[in-house]
Design a protein. Structure first.
Length: 548
C-alpha cells in the first residue's frame, strides 16, 4: 500500500465517517481519548466489514493538512503500540503507524485493525463506537451483533459429507462411550444399547447422522485428517533444556480424544520438593496438577482457530509448561473470567465445545481457568501467565516456587482472596498494578513503595523472612541524609556533586532508578542550600559544596 495515495484517498472523502477520523493534534493528544477512538474505529470497521480503520493526525476537520508534531521522535511513536495493547481486549494494537510529509507538513496515519470476528474490542474495559462522526459508547445491539458473528460462523459444526463412520477410530469411539457414561451416569444403560450412529447423535458429534468436523477432530482416524484440510490438526510436544535447545519432540494427530492422553504421558511431571518455614520435613508435590495439564491442553483444542491452519504447541521446559493455540482469546480478558467465575456466553467453536463437554474433556459450566489459578495457589506457585494477541493465546504454567518467602506468605495467610493473590503475584514478578489492585493491596497493608516499584510490606516481610529485602527497599528518614551530607562536608572540608552521589547512592532504597537517585540527591542539596547550611563555591555545572 502506498501511504501517500492512501492519504489522498482519505482527504477526498466527502466527510469523516465511522471508520475515518481526522485530528489536528498539532503538538499532543490525550492518550485516553486516543484509546477510545482506537476502540470505536476498530469496532466500526468490524461492523462495516472493513479490514481496517484510520485515525489521521495533522489534518483539521475541514480535511486540510495542517501538520502535527505528535510524538515526533519515532521511538516514542512506536511505543504507543505497547501502550494501547496494555489497555485493549486481547492486547490488540495498531497494524502500523505511518509518518509522511504532505506539502512540507508532517502527517501521522494510524492504521487500526477491525475487531476480530465475534469479539468486540474494549479500551480500558469499555466498548466504544461511532454515531456518524461522534464518539460514543458502543450500543448493546452492536455489541451483540459482533458477538453473534462467532456463533453464526462455527467452523466446527460444518458437515463433512464425504466422510463415513469407517473414517472414525474404533478405540476413540469406545473411550467416548465410556466418558459419556461417566458424565451422564443416568444414561449408562441406554448408551450400552445404542449403535454408534445413535451414540454420536446423542453425544452431539454428528448432525442427523452426518459427520461433522468436530466428530473427525475428536474421533477421526489419523488418515482421515485430509477431510479437514487446510486445517492442520496436530499437537506438537517439544522438550527444551535449560539453555532453550531442543532435546526431544513428538507430533500427535487426530483423534484428539486419544491424543490428549499421549501428550499428557510425554510430559515429565516430576516431584517438586520445598521446605516450608517452621517445618523439618519437605513438602512434596507434582510440578503440575494433572487437571491443569489436561485443562490447558483441552482449552487449546476447544479454542483453536482452525481456519488459520496452524498447530497446537506444548513446550516443556525444566521449570515451566507453555501451551499455545492460534486465535484470539474469545472471552476477552483472563482476569475477568477468573473473577466472575461464570460460564462464557460465547465460544469460538461452540459445537466442538459442547461435544468436548459431553465427553468430559472440558467444563463449559465455567470455572476451568479459575481452577488453574487455584491449583497454582495451593502449590504456592506463581499464577498462570497468559500472553494474548489477536492471533495467538500463550499460557505458561510455572512448576516451581519463584520466591520461597513469597510462598510462605501464601502458606501463612490462607485468607487471602484470589484477587489479592493475583495482584501480589504481579508484585512478585515486578509487573505493574492497576489502580484498583494498588488500592486493594495498600488498604490491606500488603505492599509498600512507590509506583511502579512496590514490594511486600514490613509486617508481611517480618512473617515471611524478607526483612533484609524490606530494609533495602525502604528509605531512611530524610533527616538522616541531611545530617550525613553535613557531616561529610565537615570531615572533608568540601564535596563535589560526584562525591555526594558516591556518599548517598547505595544508601537510597533499591526501588529507585538511577534517575530517581540523581533527583533525590539534588533535592537534598537544594534543601540544605535554601536553609543556609551549605553554600556552592563552584559553578552550576561543577558545584563545590562547603558548610556556610
Amino acid at each position: 500500500m502506498d501511504i501517500n495515495t492512501k492519504l489522498q484517498t482519505l482527504l477526498e472523502l466527502s466527510a469523516e465517517n465511522e471508520v475515518v477520523e481526522f485530528k489536528e493534534a498539532k503538538n499532543s493528544y490525550d492518550f485516553t481519548k486516543l484509546g477510545k477512538y482506537f476502540s470505536a474505529l476498530s469496532n466500526e470497521a468490524n461492523l462495516k466489514h472493513q479490514k481496517s480503520a484510520w485515525l489521521v493526525f495533522g489534518v483539521n476537520d475541514k480535511q486540510v493538512v495542517v501538520g502535527s508534531q505528535f510524538r515526533s521522535v519515532r521511538k516514542d511513536l512506536d511505543h504507543l503500540k505497547e501502550e494501547i495493547a496494555n489497555k485493549t481486549t486481547n492486547r490488540i494494537t495498531f497494524i502500523d503507524i505511518h509518518e509522511m510529509e504532505d506539502a512540507g507538513q508532517r502527517v501521522v496515519l494510524f492504521e487500526i485493525p477491525a475487531a476480530p470476528k465475534g469479539i468486540p474490542l474494549a479500551f480500558d474495559g469499555h466498548y466504544y463506537g461511532r454515531d456518524g462522526e461522534a464518539l460514543s459508547p458502543l450500543n448493546l445491539e452492536e455489541i451483540e451483533r459482533i458477538r453473534r458473528q462467532a456463533v453464526l460462523d462455527d467452523w466446527s459444526a460444518a458437515l463433512v459429507t464425504k466422510a463415513t463412520l469407517d473414517d472414525l477410530d474404533p478405540d476413540a469411539i469406545l473411550l467416548a462411550r465410556k466418558n459419556f457414561k461417566n458424565k451422564f451416569p443416568d444414561k449408562a444403560d441406554e448408551v450400552d444399547v445404542w449403535n454408534d450412529a445413535t451414540f454420536l447423535n446423542k453425544a452431539k458429534l454428528t448432525i442427523k447422522g452426518k459427520l461433522t468436523r468436530t466428530a473427525l477432530l475428536l474421533l477421526g482416524k489419523d488418515e482421515s485428517e485430509h477431510f479437514l484440510l487446510p486445517a492442520d490438526p496436530k499437537i506438537r510436544w517439544l522438550l527444551k533444556d535449560s539453555n532453550g535447545n531442543d532435546r526431544d519432540y513428538a507430533l500427535f494427530g487426530i483423534p484428539w480424544l486419544l491424543a490428549v492422553d499421549k501428550v499428557f504421558n510425554k510430559i515429565r511431571n516430576i516431584k517438586y520438593r520445598y521446605l516450608q518455614k517452621g517445618t523439618l520435613f519437605p513438602e512434596e508435590v507434582d510440578q503440575y496438577a494433572p487437571y491443569a495439564i489436561r485443562e490447558a491442553l483441552n482449552n487449546c483444542i476447544a479454542h483453536q482457530d482452525y481456519t488459520l491452519a496452524g498447530r497446537i504447541n506444548v513446550v516443556e521446559h525444566d521449570e515451566s509448561l507453555t501451551f499455545t493455540n492460534l486465535g484470539s482469546f474469545a472471552p476477552g480478558d483472563v482476569e475477568r473470567v477468573v473473577r466472575e467465575n461464570a460460564p462464557e456466553e460465547y465460544y469460538r467453536n461452540p459445537f466442538l465445545a459442547t461435544a468436548m463437554f459431553n465427553l468430559k474433556m472440558v467444563d463449559t459450566a465455567g470455572g476451568g481457568i479459575r481452577k488453574l489459578f487455584l491449583l497454582q495457589k495451593q502449590r504456592f506457585f506463581p499464577m498462570p501467565d497468559y500472553e494474548l494477541t489477536n492471533t495467538r493465546v500463550v499460557l505458561t504454567l510455572t512448576g516451581k516456587v519463584l520466591d520461597l518467602d513469597y510462598a510462605n506468605l501464601l502458606a501463612q495467610h490462607g485468607d487471602l482472596s484470589l484477587d489479592e493473590i493475583i495482584a501480589l503475584d504481579k508484585v512478585q514478578k515486578k509487573r505493574p498494578l492497576s489502580i484498583t489492585e494498588e488500592k486493594l493491596l495498600k488498604n490491606k497493608r500488603l505492599i509498600e513503595g512507590r509506583k511502579p516499584n512496590f514490594f511486600l510490606a514490613k509486617s508481611i516481610a517480618q512473617t515471611t523472612g524478607q526483612k533484609a529485602f524490606y530494609s533495602n527497599n525502604t528509605a531512611f528518614d530524610k533527616q538522616y541524609y541531611l545530617d550525613l551530607i553535613c557531616k561529610a562536608i565537615n570531615e572533608h572540608g568540601s564535596m563535589t556533586r560526584k562525591d555526594m552521589d558516591e556518599l548517598l547512592w547505595n544508601k537510597l532504597p533499591d526501588w529507585m532508578s538511577d534517575a530517581q537517585r540523581k533527583t533525590k540527591v539534588g533535592n537534598l542539596l537544594s534543601q540544605l542550600r535554601k536553609s543556609g547550611k551549605i553554600v556552592n563555591h563552584g559553578s552550576y555545572g561543577k558545584p563545590l559544596w562547603l558548610l556556610s
